[in-house]
Design a protein around this ligand. Sequence first.
Ligand code: KIV
Ligand code: ZN
Length: 514
Amino acid sequence: MTERILIFDTTLRDGEQSPGCSMNTKEKVELARQLARLGVDVLEAGFPIASQDDFEAVRAVAQSLKDGPVIAGLARAKDTDIDRAWEAVRAAERPCIHTFIATSEIHIKYKLKSTQEEVLEAAVAAVKRAKGYTENVEFSAEDAHRTNQDFLCRAVEAAIRAGATTITIPDTVGYGLPWEFGERIRDLMNRVPGMERVVVSAHCHNDLGLGVANSLEAIRAGARQIECTINGIGERAGNASLEELVMALRTRRDFMKFDTGIRTEEIYRTSKLLQSITGVKVQPNKAIVGANAFAHEAGIHQHGVLQDPLTYEIMTPESVGVPKSQLVLGKHSGRHAFKKRLQELGVELTEEDLNKAFGRFKDLCDRKKEVFDEDLLALVEDELLATNEGYSLEHLQFTSGTNIVPTATVRLKLQEELRQESGWGDGPVDAAYKAIDLITKIPGKLLEYQIRAITAGKDALGEVTTAVEIEGERVVGKGSSTDVVEASVRAYLNAINKVVARRGHGKRSGEATR
Ligand code: KIV
Ligand code: ZN
C-alpha cells in the first residue's frame, strides 16, 4: 500500500523572495494556473501583509483557481497579518491561513526580542484567530531545526491544542543533516500528544544543498507534506526543489512507497514557464529540468540510449514532459529531422516559417558545430514568435571602441511602418536602447541585464535577458543572436512588445503557433 505525500508549493511566496524572482499579479496568476495543472495540493500564493501588490496577487490567485489546490496565505503570528491573510484568501474554494513564529533561542532573543513564554502565547493566539476564519490552519515554528527540542515540543503541542491542522517543521537556514532532521521529526511524533491528528509538514532550505535529502528523510520519519518550489528557488540558496523531490519519490518507489498527486509530465513546462517569467535560468546540469539533464553527449552514451534508454537514464525525459532525449542536431541534419525535433518540442510551424527557420538553422550550423534544443527554441522564438506583435528589428548598425563615442542606428518596423533613429551612449547597447526609446516613445529603465551562452563553445548563441521597468512595472524580455549587441536589442524589444501587446495595438497576423 502506498501512502500519499502532499505537495505544498511555495514558489509564489518563498520562491518569489529570491533575488530577481519577483513577479507581478498577472504573472503569478499564470504560474498558479500551471501549478494547478501540475497537481500541487497546496499553493502558497504570497504574504498578503507584505505589500499591497502581494495582497492583490494572493487575492487574484484565490479568485482565479476553481477546483484547484488549497490556497494558502502567509501571516506572522499577529492579528493584523492574520486578518489581512484571510481577506486575501477568503475567495478561494479551499482557503488556508499559514501562520508562523520563530522558536529558536537566537531568533527569539535577537529578532523578536521576546521570551519563550511570549512566543507560546502569540502562537496560540494566532492559531485561534486564524481558526475563527477557516478550519484549515497551518502553524510553522520558524527555525525549528535550531530550536531546543523540549521547547519545540511545547510550541507544537500548544499550536495543536489551539486548533492547527498542519504543523510545519522548517529548517529555515538549511543547517540540518538528513538523519538529524529526520530524528527531530521522529522525536516530535513520539512525544507530542495530538501529533497523529495533524498533517506533519517539512520545509527545508537548501543552504548546504540538502533541502531535498532532508525532506526525504522527513518523510521517512513521518512527515506527510513537503514544502518546496519549482526549480528550487527561494531565500538565499533556495528551497527543496519540487521536481527533484517528486521524481526521487517516483523513481525510487521500490524503496519509498509513497505517491504524490503531481502530474510529472507537466514538470518541464512549469519549470520553463517560471524561467521565462522571471528571466532566472536554471543551470544546465540542474537535475530533472536542466538543459543537460537528459542530453547524452558522448557517442557511447548516445549509442546505448538508442538501444535501450535505461542504459543511461534512470527516468525517461517523457515522464517529466521533455519529449525525447535531447540528442543534438548538426550540419548534416536534414529538414525532416529539423521539423520532427521542433514538433517534439511542441512547435508547429507553417511551411513558410519552417523554411525560414530551417534557413536560419543551416546558417547557425555553419557557425556552430552542434545545435541543441535550447538553440532551436531560441531561434524559433526569437525569429518567429516574438516578432508576431509590436516592433520588429529591421536594421541595426553600431560603432564602438576605445576613445570613441559609441553610437547606434536602429530601424524598427511597426505594422507596415518603418521608423529609424540614432543614439549614443556608454556603450553600443546603451546607444541602441536610446535609439529604440526615441522610436517607440515607451521609455524603459533597465533593471537587470543578463547574458549567457545558450550552450557551450565560442560559437554559442548568446541569449540576453533583460528586466526593464516600463510604466512602473517590471517586464522581462529575451533575445538571442550570435551577435551580443543584436541579442541585447532583441531582448529589450521583446519587453517593449509585451507592453505594446497589452495595450492591444501593433498586432500582426500570428503565423507560428506553439
Ligand atoms: O523558512 C521558513 O521558516 C519559512 C516559514 C515562514 C515557514 O519560510
Ligand atoms: Zn522558508
